[in-house]
Design a protein around this ligand. Structure first.
Ligand SMILES: [Fe+2]
Ligand SMILES: [Fe+2]
Length: 371
């Protein structure tokens, strides 16, 4: 497999994902090109200009589609993050006549890139939340506050029935899983992405309900990360996201209040399995001889032959994996990780930060900072 895929990927008629697919990354950044026909000339709209790291691929794919930068009419931005707006300066340099579309709250921050499109449309000020394009089509503004930025705005294209949703509905991917459309196996990465980057379930549930009300109904969701959603799996994942705890819902106290009993079951099952593999006395010995200041010691209690989870299961499970897998080799660790995640999924509890890709950064995953 090449290390990047230089060619673009078709999302639907007139819509391409022109970003870089990188099998080594767990965070694919999607840039889209949507072309509208009619009105005498084509209208080319780029959704999220993307990361500076991906510029050469995006530029090549864009020019292959539209011939020259001057043909690009509009660039929209969901919010201000560097993976979304990093290329804005490149875009405005290559096309000084470009029009930008973004919410005012995000623009206040993006303007520090010193990249000023010739015209700027503020999404929050668009009359009736709808822009009429030269060919007669409409672009609908769909504000999704706090998903994840205060001024985040998704864009709905009623002609193709595609919702360009920004970070909302995006996902992490396992290394190498870089196909365009989401499959069931991609759910843990989508769940984790929301658990890390969205502030709370409430705002995402609101955005899900809003998505369901769009008219005509949404057929495709094209997020800025990971996978495009469509069909049955799109509805299924929206249902799951509506119920998924994320952000501050996952502070340890809040999780313990709701899920302690279920995490304790996962913990017991995992201890049972590891005991069968390594021997019960070996497992007990590892846990009894944890270094005095080891964090896991705060969350478990050992009495006689019994080992119990006392609190903070979401943190205790990856720590348990770390201590029992030490020196056992990567296959053992992978198997254990897989078992723990499966037990959590079976019970519908929020997944610990040990799943899809989050480990590859080599740094403590963001979820751990929640204390
Ligand atoms: Fe973001
Ligand atoms: Fe993003």
């Amino acid at each position: 497999m090449p290390d990047t895929m230089p060619t673009d990927m078709q999302v639907a008629e007139g819509c391409y994902m022109i970003g870089r697919r990188n099998p080594d990354s767990v965070l694919q950044c999607n840039t889209y090109l949507r072309t509208f026909h009619g009105g005498g000339t084509d209208f080319h709209w780029c959704v999220d200009p993307g990361s500076l790291m991906d510029y050469s691929t995006i530029r090549t794919n864009l020019l292959n589609r539209i011939g020259e930068f001057a043909a690009l009419n509009l660039v929209s931005m969901n919010h201000q993050d560097p993976d979304v707006t990093g290329n804005l300066l490149n875009f405005t340099r290559e096309n000084p006549k470009l029009t930008g579309l973004i919410a005012e709250d995000a623009w206040r921050l993006v303007r520090h890139l010193n990249a000023i499109p010739k015209e700027l449309w503020f999404a929050n000020k668009v009359e009736n939340r709808s822009i009429r394009l030269p060919g007669g089509q409409r672009l609908q503004m769909v504000p999704t506050p706090f998903c994840h930025f205060r001024g985040a705005v998704a864009f709905y294209d009623p002609e193709s029935q595609i919702l360009f949703s920004g970070d909302l509905f995006g996902g992490l991917n396992s290394p190498g899983r870089i196909q365009l459309y989401a499959q069931e196996d991609d759910w843990p990465g989508i769940a984790q992405f929301h658990q890390i980057y969205m502030p709370t379930r409430e705002v995402v549930a609101r955005a899900v309900r809003l998505t369901r009300t769009l008219d005509p109904p949404v057929k495709i969701i094209a997020p800025q990360h990971g996978f495009v959603l469509t069909g049955e799996i799109m509805h299924e994942f929206l249902n799951r996201l509506e119920r998924l705890p994320m952000g501050i819902d996952m502070l340890p106290d809040a999780l313990d209040e709701r899920y302690h009993k279920l995490y304790a079951e996962v913990f017991q099952e995992t201890i049972g399995e590891v005991s069968r593999w390594l021997g019960a006395s070996e497992v007990r010995s590892i846990l009894q001889h944890l270094p005095r200041d080891h964090e896991l010691a705060n969350y478990i209690r050992i009495s006689g032959n019994e080992i119990h989870l006392e609190r903070n299961g979401i943190r205790a499970l990856p720590l348990l994996m770390d201590v029992v897998a030490l020196g056992q080799g990567p296959a053992f660790r992978e198997m254990l990780k897989d078992r723990i995640l499966r037990h959590c999924l079976e019970r519908g509890v929020p997944l610990p930060q040990m799943g899809v890709g989050v480990e590859e950064t080599g740094a403590e995953p963001p979820g751990y900072w929640l204390g």
